[in-house]
Ligand binder design. Structure first.
Ligand code: SIN
Ligand code: CO
Length: 372
């Protein structure tokens, strides 16, 4: 892990053959198809159309009806579903594959199913990604070389010219790590599923805007090539992260707290269509009494929670941490739940109410609030 961080993280690609015995938990092709029929799930079908010795890629956006999904051709298409862990919270366990990455740096789990010959074509991504191979075999080409875009390859995707680079066949349990901007191109040799753990990094310009200072570096993203595994405490926005952002923004250390707040807010912001509903005033009253009495609740699958030394961040909104909140914070961030316990400290009342109103918890429809 230490050697991965120092030699590869944000620096160089790495193919890890047999990194896992089996990819667990996994989802089936049918479950992926079902997700792709849902309104609030972002999904795409990409068709690789081969003609006259070249390939063009065409994209259709979901949701799809089940008839479309069950009548697809035998070859040359892939179905991609984004933010799978937000819709099926158990899939978040796959993030344990990268325990050395701080939570707020992880964006989503994208899962693809590709029929033989399927793939999204040669391209670059702006963020680091761990491409974890599930069932089947995927042929990958990747290179750190700079390659020109190929406008003829697709009207829908921004693709680069085909290339050879390093070529490998990934089978179940293999992981390909790619830093931002590494050209890659994956094609299913046999029908296959690929689980992509994709990172997020705030834009330096967005941080500058939030701090009301001129943008020093248009287009640049937060970077942490010197990331240390000790920073990956569940939910924590480390002091080192704030120091890196200070340096990228060219700000003095007396603005560290503000920079850390901006990181926490951007690091927990939800995509517009993936915002959990907060509780109404009546629900807040009921469920707050439940939590204070020692009742349990699960963290909502779409909820993003982080903290630094001063604040709690929930779905892009910040709240000052009360004293004695450490154990509750730890449980929420590490276990994504508050389990049944003895009565909770009334000093936590406002923080728990904030969590409820920001949609941090999944509010059960059938279970009655628990009052001792
Ligand atoms: C895929 O799963 O087909 C796409 C992954 C990627 O190339 O980023
Ligand atoms: Co990619």
């Amino acid at each position: 892990m230490e050697s991965f961080l120092s030699k590869h993280w944000q620096k160089r690609a790495l193919f890890m053959s047999n990194a896992l015995q089996q990819l667990q938990p996994a989802i089936t092709r049918n479950e992926l198809g079902w997700l792709a029929t849902l309104e609030d799930v972002e999904s795409r079908l990409v068709f690789a159309e081969r003609q006259d010795g070249r390939c063009r890629y065409r994209v259709e956006s979901g949701p799809f009806d089940s008839a479309t999904l069950s009548n697809l051709p035998k070859r040359d298409w892939t179905l991609l579903v984004h933010d799978v862990e937000k819709h099926i919270p158990a899939m978040r366990a796959l993030f344990n594959i990268v325990p050395f990455i701080p939570h707020w740096r992880i964006d989503d789990l994208m899962v693809s199913f590709a029929a033989p010959g399927g793939g999204v074509g040669p391209h670059l991504d702006n963020y680091d990604v761990f491409l974890c191979q599930g069932i089947g075999v995927r042929n990958w080409h990747f290179t750190e070389q700079e390659l020109p875009t190929d406008p003829l390859a697709s009207d829908d995707l921004s693709l680069i010219t085909e290339f050879v680079g390093t070529e490998i066949d990934a089978v179940e349990g293999d992981i390909l790590y790619l830093p931002p901007g590494t050209a890659h191109w994956g094609t299913a040799r046999r029908a296959c599923m690929t689980y992509s753990i994709g990172m997020r990094a705030p834009e330096v310009a967005d941080l500058a805007y939030a701090l009301n200072i001129p943008t020093p570096d248009e287009g640049a993203l937060y970077r942490d090539p010197d990331l240390d595994a000790s920073e990956a405490v569940p939910g924590w926005v480390s002091d080192a992260a704030a120091n890196r952002a200070l340096a990228l923004l060219g700000l003095p250390s007396n603005r560290r707290d503000q920079v850390s707040t901006a990181l926490g807010r951007f690091g927990t912001e939800n995509k517009d269509w993936l915002k959990p509903d907060g509780t109404s005033p009546d629900e807040t009253k009921t469920w707050l009494a439940h939590l204070l009495a020692g009742g349990g609740l699960e963290v909502h699958g779409m909820s993003q929670i982080a903290f630094d030394g001063r604040n709690l961040f929930v779905n892009g909104v910040c709240f000052p941490l009360p004293p004695e909140s450490g154990a509750v914070l730890k449980e929420i961030c590490a276990d994504r739940q508050l389990s049944r316990s003895k009565k909770r400290d009334p000093k936590l009342t406002e923080m728990l109410a904030f969590l409820l109103t920001q949609g941090a918890f999944e509010i059960p429809e059938k279970v009655r609030p628990y009052v001792k």
